[in-house]
Design a protein around this ligand. Structure first.
Ligand SMILES: NC(=O)c1ccc[n+]([C@@H]2O[C@H](COP(=O)([O-])OP(=O)(O)OC[C@H]3O[C@@H](n4cnc5c(N)ncnc54)[C@H](OP(=O)(O)O)[C@@H]3O)[C@@H](O)[C@H]2O)c1
Length: 302
């Protein structure tokens, strides 16, 4: 096994660390590391699904770049990963919804041999679109779509040049149809789903695997930020594990039982029926919000 490339000394908002402890790897983890290592970038690593991705990757012996806005939370995770899993870490504190933030991250990984991008940073809004501040809706497009496009473009090119790598994009159960009360969020995830599907075929011959992960409700900070109430949510670890296991095997993974159940329930419906059903599911998650969207839904159903 080739020796890992070690990070440089800390610079600016970046910090690096070198781990030296001997660790033994299972065959599966070693194959994963050979294909997608030695370094992975995980955006949204300070919380929820991204945090679990970072832990799973460190468990597999992959060195991890942790990116999100809250640098101190990332630093604490980095310390734990180095201590528990003997991997190297680098922290990049950046707002990935801005051009400058994306550049900070790309500058921060320029000298690392990165083989995997996990783009998990994202957020949602809920309730009627026209009741939500426009700035929040546009910020969501900037983070969920523009930021992901920029990272995927630059890192996809790097991976293609080295004929090896992987890209994980966070789609959602809502990505496959319009959803009332999450209209713009669902649209951002439709963009991600579509990007991943097309990109997968473009990059496959170049040795780069792409997977879209489309979970249903997940226990994380997401629901609180989106003002939603989620029942039947799966732990973020389930999403991270099932997604990483699917990389290189399929183009779309639906982690968690609810996501799989709803997929089969929705499959036979025409698109209009899927829009209605998913809008009813979303109405149940946003019941405490203003009833404007519910009225719209009722009219649609009549
Ligand atoms: N939770 C669900 O039910 C669910 C279901 C389907 C898909 N997803 C998708 O899964 C992904 C992860 O969601 P989650 O459940 O893990 O949410 P979460 O617990 O709220 O975590 C979101 C992560 O994104 C980071 N982030 C937010 N805004 C950012 C910004 N402007 N710049 C950089 N980082 C930013 C947050 O860190 P900072 O606050 O430190 O920046 C945090 O680490 C999202 O793309 C989401 O759409 C979630």
């Amino acid at each position: 096994m080739s020796s890992p490339i070690l990070p440089e000394e800390p610079q600016g908002t970046l910090s690096g660390a070198i781990a030296t402890r001997e660790t033994s790897w299972s065959d599966k983890q070693e194959r994963f590391r050979d294909r997608y290592g030695p370094w992975a970038i995980v955006t949204g690593a300070s919380d929820g699904i991204g945090r679990e991705f970072a832990i799973c990757l460190a468990e597999a012996g992959i060195h991890v770049v942790l990116a999100a806005r809250r640098g101190e939370v990332l630093e604490a995770l980095a310390v734990a990963l180095r201590r528990d899993h003997a991997v190297c870490t680098r922290v990049v504190a950046a707002d990935l919804g801005t051009v400058a933030g994306v550049e900070t991250l790309l500058d921060g990984v320029a000298t690392l041999d990165v083989g995997l991008l996990v783009a998990s940073a994202g957020f949602g809004t809920s309730g009627p679109f026209i009741d939500s501040p426009l700035a929040a809706e546009l910020a969501m497009i900037d983070l969920n779509c523009r930021g992901v496009a920029a990272l995927t473009h630059t890192l996809g090119s790097r991976f293609a040049r080295r004929n090896r790598g992987g890209i994980v994009l966070m789609s959602s159960l809502v990505a496959f149809q319009g959803v009332a009360r999450a209209a713009n969020y669902a649209a951002t995830k439709a963009y991600i789903q579509s990007l991943a599907e097309g990109l997968r075929l473009e990059l496959l011959p170049l040795g780069v695997d792409v997977v879209a992960s489309a979970p249903g409700p997940v226990h994380s900070g997401f629901a609180a930020r989106a003002s939603m109430t989620m029942s039947m949510a799966v732990p973020p670890r389930v999403v991270a594990q099932q997604t990483l296991e699917s990389l290189g095997r399929t183009g779309t993974v639906r982690p968690g039982w609810l996501s799989k159940l709803l997929e089969s329930a929705l499959m036979s419906l025409p698109r209009r029926g899927r829009v209605r059903m998913m809008s009813q599911v979303m109405a149940g998650m946003t019941r405490r919000r203003s009833p404007v969207g519910m009225a719209g839904l009722r009219q649609e159903q009549q």
